[in-house]
Design a protein around this ligand. Structure first.
Ligand code: SF4
Length: 73
């Protein structure tokens, strides 16, 4: 049985303790990943806008610290 009725609904989960501020995520997907004054990642809105799922995942996968995850809501 498919649970994909909410296809495209994902959220960003951040492990702040793991983030080392490389900024790669923000470079790949600046619409989602922002860097604070200390260079650490944050998101204004954890729910990934439709159409940005692929970029969000790319950014998460590129994180050398594995600090980012994209999870279904
Ligand atoms: S790529 Fe990873 S370590 Fe770098 S800023 Fe983003 S979350 Fe932090």
């Amino acid at each position: 049985m498919s649970e994909n009725s909410k296809a495209g609904r994902f959220k960003v989960v951040i492990d702040k303790a793991a983030c080392c501020g490389y900024g790669i995520c923000a470079e790949i997907c600046p619409d989602i990943y922002k860097l604070d004054a200390g260079g650490m990642v944050y998101v204004e809105e954890p729910i990934v806008p439709q159409g940005l799922e692929e970029k969000a995942r790319e950014g998460a996968e590129a994180c050398p610290q594995s600090a980012l995850a994209i999870e279904p809501i």
